[in-house]
Design a protein around this ligand. Sequence first.
Ligand code: ZN
Length: 378
Amino acid sequence: MSNDESLVHLLADLVAIPSMNPMGRDRSGAEYSEERLAAYVSDYLRRHSIDVNTSEVAPHRPNVIGYVDAGAKQTVLLEAHLDTVHADNMTIEPFSPKVLDGRLYGRGACDTKASLASFLHTVGTLAKNASTLKFNIVIAAVSDEEYGFTGARRAVENGLVGDFGIAGEPTQLRIVRAHKGVVRWRIITKGTAAHSAYPDRGDNAIYTMGHVLVRLQAYGSELMQGPRHAELGTPTLSVGVIEGGQAVNIVPDRCWIEIDRRTLPGETENEILQSAESVLQDVSKYEFEPPHISIGGIDVSPENPLLQRLAGVIEEINGECVIETAQYATNAGVYNQSGIPTIVFGPGNIAQAHTAAEYVEVDQVIRCCEILSRFLTT
Ligand SMILES: [Zn+2]
């Protein structure tokens, strides 16, 4: 088998193992877990004589971390998530990967098993001859990116290190050096239930929420008038879900909303919650739940020497290198917060991620390996 053929084989193997994220819904079973894919990745790394450490983030949801010690001064982190979104409503076979007209189809082909395959193939090949490496390598395959970012967080808690990181996501082999972060949490208002014929005997939690909403709407507009990041724009706030009350003839004693707050690099979760609290000062009887999603933005300097090195190699191989910013949030936010300057880079187009006929251009996967191999060795 040629080098390229074994790479495509590897990607097909990864796509054929379902690793869907339950995404907070009531879904279980091996297909809704990263466990089988993690076992494959761990086995692949071991077969290529790479030291591997597996640890559970949650039951049946492991991280796999491999290390290649080249005796170098600096360490590069190559990271890709193991999970995909679900495969409901797909118009192709999600887990029977097929190559057609230079595209490999299947759930996760683009987001982000193409990156994972490129990283594994490159590191597997280079580890045989570690003396050619200019960097030590940490390769991390982590659980739960699509929902909670908990795998990346656990990897950092367990001591993940690096002087520069590449979070593998479909960027069409462009460098994404900055993106926003996101914090999501619920606000709950509580009241007292009563018969709706005697509303004065109760305390209406939906009315209280009304006051909260009016203030949050004004606060959201204010944020969009405030300080701007040159490329990412302003932070934003949106209330996306509301639920309250049990029946129309009962004064509601409880109401909740869910908030999506897009953050600029450098804004901390504490600051965000505090400023939201300060606009609600004169509203009583509300509570914040701790955020269920919280990930920082990234803003890696275009002058970062390893970013420039990567950009140089991309230019050699692709003829040009685009350095840009993105609107979506990634695990790179977690790594930047922990002090590893991490950009987002990988084969595939984000437009194909999560779609009903997800695919990746095989040529991009091959070129990703060429780029990484040259980046790590020359
Ligand atoms: Zn992804």
